[in-house]
Design a protein around this ligand. Structure first.
Ligand code: SAM
Length: 228
């Protein structure tokens, strides 16, 4: 495989024996509407610039919950890096592969995929944790930190809120969401062995009828050279 050991659960395995994850149904339904609503968020573009400035030439990057491939994978390939995008939604994977053909996209539930230790120079986690339990978010963050080479960088964005499995309306659709208050997001990332170099808070109003402003938290992180 071109990108380390992204193991079982990827393209072709379907959901046999598994309940279909709610995130797959939600993002299959949203498809390109998601990009229209969120694809030009200035803080997201700034976080990508920050990461790209720190990547080595022709870096290997992982985009967790890669959505439509824009803006994240598109920005990374435009800067000369290779990108593996993972997403649980087949509609998103198909869209991303069409929109950013220079990147590689695989369908799978990131909670079930394995990663080779130290195999990525950069990892992006943009708003892809919110349909996971708190324990799953913490475990995944730790596994992603280990997938990063020592000295590599990770950018994580989420909606900070002390909520667990609450129903919210997202782009007009009911969805259950789980997150942490800001200091607990930071705590989760630090417990994973990452150093938060800086954080950025933004308020963003999605381009969608009826959508209101939402708080966004971006953490700019590094896996220390000393390892975990
Ligand atoms: C809010 S969207 C963000 C998309 C993209 N990261 C962006 O910021 O433009 C979250 C994405 O994560 C994906 N996702 C959610 N849970 C996932 C999981 N367990 N495994 C893989 N992808 C997941 C969804 O299908 C969706 O495409």
């Amino acid at each position: 495989m071109g990108h380390g050991d992204v193991g079982h659960g990827d393209v072709g395995h379907g959901d046999v024996g598994h309940q279909r994850p709610p995130a797959a149904a939600l993002f299959d339904a949203l498809g390109a509407d998601y990009e229209k609503a969120f694809g030009r968020a200035p803080a997201h573009l700034s976080a990508l610039e920050w990461l790209i400035e720190r990547l080595p030439l022709a870096a290997r990057t992982l985009d967790v919950g890669s959505g439509t491939g824009r803006p994240t994978a598109a920005a990374l390939v435009a800067a000369g890096h290779s990108v593996l995008g993972l997403d649980v939604s087949p509609v998103m994977v198909e869209l991303a592969a069409r929109q950013v053909p220079e990147a590689e996209f695989r369908r799978g539930d990131v909670r079930e995929l394995s990663f080779e230790a130290g195999s990525f120079d950069g990892v992006c986690v943009f708003f892809s944790l919110l349909q996971m339990t708190r324990a799953e978010q913490s475990t995944l963050t730790r596994r992603l930190a280990l997938a990063l080479r020592p000295g590599g960088h990770l950018v994580l964005a989420t909606v900070p809120a002390d909520v667990e499995d609450v129903e919210v309306v997202f782009l007009g659709r009911p969805v259950r969401a789980t997150s942490f208050a800001e200091e607990d997001v930071v705590g989760m990332v630090e417990a994973a062995g990452l150093t938060v170099l800086s954080r950025h808070n933004a308020t963003f109003t999605p381009d969608h009828p009826g959508a209101g402003p939402e708080p966004h938290l971006f953490l700019y992180c590094r896996r220390d050279e000393a390892g975990l």
